[in-house]
Write a new protein. Structure first.
Length: 466
C-alpha cells in the first residue's frame, strides 16, 4: 500500500484545537497501534496493511491520496472549515469532478465557530457576501457550517479549485445527490433564536447545484420538514425523496414533490408506518419486533405543520402511527430499492441496516431488517453509506470506542460484512461521506476530525465474497 500525506500545518492552526491533531501527525506518526480489531464475514479484499503515515490502513494493492484538509486556504480566500461529513461526487467536463462536502459545525458551539471558513479569530468572515449567508449569530457573524465544493481532476489527482458553496447554516451532517445534478445538504439540528445564538430557525434541507462556481442562494426547502435531518435519497423514477432523522425515536420520511426535480415548489411530507403495527419501535433494543431477514408491509401517513415550530414533528408522526428507528443515518438509492442505517439499532445497540422497496402503486411498500449487529467487531454503528458499482454497500462507521477503530465496511447483497479500510489517525474520528467517482475508479471518504478528504484507488473489481 502506498499513500501520500502532507500536512498544511500553518493553515491548520486556524482551526484552533484541530491543529493539535495535525501537529501530532506531523511529528513522529504517533497514531495508536491499530490491531486486528475487526471480524470479517466475507473475504473482501483481504487483510489490511499498516499505513506508515498512521492515517488510513488499506488492503494490499490499494492506496489513498489526500485531496483536501481542514484549514487550507481556498480560492475564495476563506479557509476549509472543519468537521467534514456527508459528501457527493458529480461529473464535470473531461476528467474533472465536483465534490460537494458538508461541514457539521454547530451554531451552539463556540469552538466550532473557530473552525469555520473565517478562521480561528473569524478574521476572514468579511470575504463572505452577506446576501449569500443564510444566518448569523446575534453578533452578526455568519454561522460556521455549510458546504464546500472541491473541483478535483481524476487524471492528475490535483485540486483545481475549492470554495465555499453554502454559508450560514448549522450542523450540516449528511445529505444526498439528486438525479438532476445537485447536492441536498441537511441540517441535523432544530436551532432557534430562543435556544441558540442564531437569528433564524434551523433544521432544513438546502440544495447546492454541482455547477455552482461560488456561494449559492441559501433557500431552505421548508416543505421537506424541519427536524434533525440526516440524509436523503431520491427515487429517480418518481422524483420522490426519502429522508432519515438522527434521533433515538426518529422517523423515516418520504417527500412527494409537487414538481419532480423542482423541490423548491413544495410538496407533501409523509412518514412510514408498519401495517398492523402503528407506532412500532423497529430497533429491537429492548423488545424484539422482528428477526434478521424479516420483511414487513408498509404504508405512509401524511404529516401536517411540517415546519414544526415546536420541534415536535416526530412525536406527532408517531402519534399518527409512524414507526421509529433508532438513530437514522445514511440512506442511498440502489436498483429499485433503498438502504438506510439506524446507527444504534439492535439488541447491542451497534446498528442496523434497513432495506425498503416501494410498491408500484406508490402508496405502499415493504421494509426488511437487512443487517443487525450482534458483534461490534463485525459492525459498529454504521453511518453514511453508498451503493458500490458492483452492488455491495460501502458503509462508514461512527463509533465512540477507545478500543475498536472506525472502519470502512463492505456488505454483500446477502448481508455479509467485510473490511475495506481502517482509520488509524489520532482520535479515532468517525468516517463519513463515502462516494464513488462517476467512472467508479475512486472511492472518496472523509475523516471527520480534524477534516481530511481521501481518494482511494485500487483493484475494486477483485472483491471476494467466498
Amino acid at each position: 500500500m502506498s499513500s501520500e500525506f502532507s500536512l498544511h500545518r500553518r493553515e491548520a492552526l486556524s482551526l484552533g484545537a484541530a491543529a493539535m491533531a495535525f501537529a501530532g501527525a506531523a511529528r513522529a506518526q504517533t497514531a495508536p497501534a491499530a490491531g486486528e480489531s475487526y471480524v470479517n464475514q466475507a473475504p473482501g479484499y483481504g487483510p489490511l496493511v499498516s499505513d506508515p503515515n498512521g492515517l488510513f490502513d488499506l488492503p494490499e494493492g490499494f492506496s489513498y491520496h489526500v485531496v483536501s484538509q481542514g484549514g487550507q486556504t481556498m480560492d475564495d480566500g476563506l479557509l476549509v472549515p472543519g468537521q467534514f461529513d456527508g459528501m457527493g461526487c458529480f461529473a464535470l467536463q473531461g476528467s474533472q469532478v465536483a465534490l460537494i462536502r458538508n461541514h457539521e459545525l454547530k451554531a451552539s458551539s463556540s469552538t466550532h465557530g473557530q473552525w469555520g471558513p473565517g478562521g480561528f479569530n473569524r478574521e476572514r468572515l468579511h470575504l463572505l457576501d452577506p446576501a449569500k449567508v443564510y444566518d448569523t449569530d446575534k453578533q452578526s457573524r455568519p454561522l460556521p457550517a455549510g458546504t464546500t465544493t472541491v473541483i478535483y481532476d481524476l487524471r492528475t489527482r490535483e485540486v483545481v479549485r475549492q470554495f465555499m458553496s453554502l454559508a450560514g447554516t448549522s450542523t450540516n451532517c449528511a445529505g444526498g445527490q439528486t438525479p438532476w445534478g445537485s447536492w441536498l445538504t441537511c441540517e441535523e439540528c432544530q436551532d432557534t433564536p430562543a435556544t441558540v445564538n442564531v437569528k433564524r430557525e434551523h433544521g432544513y434541507v438546502f440544495e447546492v447545484p454541482a455547477a455552482a462556481t461560488g456561494l449559492v442562494d441559501p433557500v431552505p426547502l421548508k416543505a421537506m420538514g424541519r427536524f434533525d435531518h440526516e440524509a436523503v435519497c431520491i427515487d429517480p423514477r418518481s422524483g420522490e425523496v426519502y429522508l432519515t432523522e438522527d434521533q433515538e425515536d426518529g422517523l423515516f420520511y418520504r417527500f412527494i414533490p409537487t414538481t419532480p426535480g423542482r423541490l423548491v415548489d413544495g410538496g407533501r411530507l409523509q412518514a412510514l408506518v408498519l401495517k398492523d403495527s402503528p407506532g412500532a419501535d423497529t430497533s429491537n433494543n429492548t423488545t424484539r419486533l422482528w428477526a434478521l431477514g424479516d420483511w414487513r408491509e408498509t404504508e405512509w401517513v401524511d404529516l401536517e405543520d411540517v415546519e414544526a415550530p415546536n420541534g415536535d414533528l416526530r412525536q406527532r408522526g408517531r402519534a399518527a402511527g409512524a414507526a421509529i428507528f433508532q438513530g437514522g443515518e445514511g440512506v442511498y438509492w440502489g436498483d429499485g430499492e433503498l438502504y438506510f442505517t439506524a446507527k444504534k439499532g439492535g439488541p447491542i445497540q451497534r446498528g442496523q441496516v434497513l432495506r425498503y422497496v416501494p410498491a408500484a402503486d406508490g402508496r405502499s411498500g415493504r421494509i426488511q431488517l437487512f443487517l443487525e449487529s450482534a458483534d461490534e467487531k463485525v459492525w459498529n454503528m454504521g453511518d453514511n453509506l453508498t451503493v458500490a458499482p458492483w452492488g455491495d454497500l460501502i458503509v462508514c462507521e461512527d463509533n465512540y470506542s477507545k478500543e475498536i477503530r472506525n472502519h470502512l465496511k463492505g456488505v454483500t447483497p446477502d448481508g455479509r460484512v467485510y473490511t475495506i479500510g481502517r482509520n488509524v489517525f489520532q482520535g479515532n474520528s468517525e468516517l463519513a461521506g463515502c462516494c464513488f467517482s462517476p467512472d467508479a475508479s475512486v472511492l472518496f471518504v472523509n475523516v471527520q476530525y480534524p477534516g481530511i478528504t481521501l481518494a482511494i484507488t485500487g483493484p475494486w473489481d477483485r472483491v471476494r465474497t467466498a
